[in-house]
Design a binder for this molecule. Sequence first.
Ligand code: NI
Length: 180
Amino acid sequence: MGSVSGLTIRQYGDPVLKERTLEVQEIDGKVAALAESMIATMYEAPGSGLAANQIGVMRRMFVYDIGEGPRTVINPRIVESDGEWTYDEGCLSIPGLSWDIVRPNAVHLVGLDLNGNEISIEATELEGRVFQHELDHLDGILLVERLDAAQRKEAMKILRSRMLHLPAGDPDGLSRIFAR
Ligand code: NI
């Protein structure tokens, strides 16, 4: 990919959003370039987090910014979670919609940064929510699966009508960025 500009964010109904992503095997220049493109795409949207499969790359990494600058987390895992917090949660793959969703408040996230160094972050509230939301993406789970029955019924009604206007798959040609 050439210049750093916004990539196409895959929308609800695109199969890449329902698949579990694979570990990043080697953190090299390709991964750094991908992170840079993902951050540009996240800001352009704008949003506070973006998972790799949201742009069609089936690898376990996400970028985020909760107001402290952009960060990249590779091969993330949540090793501990605690408490409960309700937040009006949205998703760049389901634009214009959001729902009050209850999830754990505090989470302990581990993973790697772009230099291959280990990351360990204990996060609460918005940061903790972003981590859980992006981890879900990497496991092929969308926030509609976190809704209660009434919210979900309403959501599906809207989303079914939106799916009639889906764009073609892999608009940025990124699906084969990693050979495997
Ligand atoms: Ni999302």
